[in-house]
Design a protein around this ligand. Structure first.
Ligand code: SF4
Ligand code: SF4
Length: 209
């Protein structure tokens, strides 16, 4: 492990409720070259002071995905502080994050971790890094394509696009039917009024990326 990597005893996460180790992934070791500018890059892009994080883990304790991610949210912050760019941008965590902002609300230092996760996904896409959770990326694409078409979300259109992209035609059918029965999914979508102007703005933004 390089001098700038984390001490070994701090690698495993411990659930404060049960006292048991949670299944967070361990950094891969001495062959990871740190990127010294990574911390500054993320701080500048998000306007967050990530150096202020003192690893209290309040973010992780509130995260609904703490059992599913490979690095806990506080660990992602730590890896950024240590310039572990590759490890962070290839992690599942950045793609599984729901953007629920629970971590953001709980942080005593006011770190908007949800915004950091947004930027990390963006950075991974810009660098052409294959997402660790490819289906999540396809979900984002389906959502944006549907938004461009209607100017607002249209669940059936989005589901159709997602299913074609992933080939998961028969997954979650029972849940989908239940949602339809309860009126959570509408068959017909409504387009917004000034759709052309909306699409121009949408495309301009996409071109910037
Ligand atoms: S809650 Fe804030 S200070 Fe505590 S570990 Fe998470 S990001 Fe760091
Ligand atoms: S925004 Fe993401 S990292 Fe933060 S609590 Fe929600 S799922 Fe976890």
């Amino acid at each position: 492990m390089t001098e700038s990597a984390e001490p070994a005893e701090d690698v495993r996460e411990v659930d404060r409720g049960s006292g048991e180790e949670a299944p967070a992934r361990e950094p891969e070791g001495p062959d990871i070259e740190p990127s010294p500018d990574f911390l500054r890059e993320v701080e500048q892009a998000t306007g967050q002071s990530l150096s202020a994080c003192f690893q209290c883990k309040k973010c992780t304790c509130g995260c609904p995905l703490q059992e599913d991610v490979d690095f806990h949210p506080n660990r992602i912050l730590r890896l950024i502080q240590f310039g572990q760019r590759d490890e962070v941008l290839r992690s599942k965590t950045i793609w599984l994050c729901l953007g629920c902002e629970t971590c953001t609300q709980r942080c005593p230092n006011g770190v908007d971790l949800a915004a950091v996760m947004d930027y990390l996904r963006y950075a991974a896409v810009v660098e052409g890094i294959e997402p660790a959770e490819p289906r999540v990326r396809k979900f984002h694409e389906a959502f944006l394509e549907s938004i461009r078409k209607y100017g607002r979300s249209h669940e059936i259109d989005m589901i159709r696009r997602y299913k074609f992209k992933t080939g998961t035609f028969f997954d979650s059918m029972a849940m989908g039917f239940d949602m339809f029965r309860k009126g959570k999914i509408k068959l017909m979508g409504h387009k917004i009024r000034d759709l052309d102007a909306f699409r121009q703005t949408f495309d301009r933004q996409k071109d910037k990326e």
